[in-house]
Design a protein around this ligand. Structure first.
Ligand code: URA
Length: 434
């Protein structure tokens, strides 16, 4: 089988067989297929798509590229949560401790920053000492002991996704429904879960810009899960403006700390509680969704989720004191304010623009080998719908490299629209699938 022929076929919209998909995924994972051919194949999938049968085979081949965890020795229902990627989306760091504090076992495999969107692993690694490279034995032991552990993909769990994810990030092939669905579901199924809550983002800061595409992605992932007997539910949520106020790794950890102590932004708090409630409900730890919401809310208010997060940070080698003393987190050396020349209502904060500005300052990657600068990012001072005066600060850019800030500032300025009319309110949670 020649790889070039398969690229040709997919480019021309022809359905691939299971053997052909396995040849590509296995060949790339073991280094026989080079980056340039895989990049061309990914671009062909981006344009030609895949039918459900191909996506199932792709997911299955990616699962089989590594080990599958058996968590049956740990009592309790195992439920994870995953987002399709957004700007300022730090809900995993809040909903996972909320659910774990309610008795759910949460094995969380997270990804790195992708395109303009942040990654949970990079956020966690901004906490000094935090290890996301636990061995699978360490991961299981921690899950058994405290009900929550965070891990990145490694050479054992869905290694094909790890390699493909890094390549997609730098070849503009992220925004593809079959590639996102197989990426997420392969690592989630490999980690041995019973149920999964998905947060499918839609809007300018999401990979899906239209609700119809977000719905299709949600349905595809719910379908993949059902075929392997997992309970999967997806929320479709708004990502037209960043979630919360903070964008950038250490800045987001600070906002997580505030939110887990009950003083976080309203949108972030609401969505984190809803996601945690769905995890609690799918784990059958509450008789109804309403009861699950009450439990999640209580775990926030009584501080038990905050304590759980600190316990996990300590167990994974991090310094939990960094959640109280932000000077222990990486801090930027420079700050620039962006102000508005005119008064009016904030009608748009383009999340993709804010995400891209953050990436330019170093919060994400331009090339596979680039390192992340955990200190940099953007803190919004306003959200859509707020009234501003001429000269008001819209946001602050935190940077460490002077040369990156000019371009970032331009991107940020272009991301705001101020208009004379108050914009209509947009729902945060748009739909539930599954
Ligand atoms: N999250 C993932 O894990 N994979 C994707 O492709 C997009 C978001």
């Amino acid at each position: 089988m020649r790889t070039v022929d398969l690229i040709h076929k997919k480019r021309d919209g022809v359905e691939l067989s299971a053997e052909e998909i396995s040849h590509l995924v296995e060949g790339y994972t073991n280094g026989e297929i080079p980056d340039y051919q895989m990049s061309a194949f990914l671009m062909a999938v981006f344009y030609s798509g895949m039918v459900d049968r191909e996506v199932s085979v792709l997911t299955d081949t990616m699962i089989r590229s590594g080990r599958s965890l058996d968590l049956s020795g740990i009592p309790g229902v195992k439920v994870d949560k995953h987002s399709t990627g957004g700007v300022g989306d730090k809900t995993s760091l809040i909903s996972a401790p909320l659910a774990a504090a309610a008795g759910v076992i949460v094995p969380m495999i997270s990804g790195r920053a992708l395109g303009h969107a942040g990654g949970t692993l990079d956020k966690l690694e901004s906490i000094p000492g935090f290890r996301t490279d636990l061995s699978l034995d360490e991961f299981k032991a921690q899950l058994g002991e405290m009900g929550l552990a965070f891990i990145g993909q490694n050479s054992e769990l869905a290694p094909a996704d790890k390699k493909l994810y890094a390549l997609r990030d730098v070849t503009a092939t992220v925004e593809s429904i079959p590639l996102i669905a197989s990426s997420i579901m392969s690592k989630k199924i490999a980690e041995g879960i019973d149920a999964l809550v998905l947060d499918v983002k839609v809007g300018s800061g999401a990979f899906m810009k239209k609700q119809v595409d977000a719905r299709r992605l949600a349905q595809m992932m719910v379908g993949i899960g059902r075929r392997v007997d997992k309970r999967v539910q997806a929320l479709i949520t708004d990502m037209s403006q960043p979630l919360g106020y903070a964008v950038g790794n250490a800045l987001e950890v600070m906002e997580v700390s505030q939110t887990l102590q009950g003083s976080g932004p309203a949108d972030l708090t609401r969505l984190s509680i809803e996601l945690a409630a769905r995890m609690i409900f799918l784990a059958k730890a509450a008789p109804s969704l309403e009861a699950a919401r009450d439990i999640a809310q209580r775990k926030l208010v009584d501080g038990s989720a905050y304590r759980k997060f600190k316990q996990v940070i300590q167990a994974q080698g991090g310094n939990p004191a960094a959640l109280d003393k932000f000077e222990l987190l990486p801090n930027a050396t420079g700050m620039r304010e962006i102000t508005t020349p005119r008064a009016g209502y904030v009608s748009v904060i383009n999340a993709e623009g804010i995400g891209n500005a953050s990436v330019r300052m170093g919060a994400g990657r331009g090339r596979k080998e680039d390192a992340i600068d955990a200190a940099v990012g953007v803190i919004l001072e306003v959200k859509v719908g707020e009234k501003v005066e001429a000269g008001s600060v819209l946001c602050r850019l935190y940077y460490t490299k002077e040369e990156s800030v000019e371009e970032a500032a331009e991107l940020v300025e272009d991301s705001f629209r101020i208009s004379g009319q108050k914009p209509d309110e947009r729902e945060l949670i748009l739909e539930v699938v599954g």
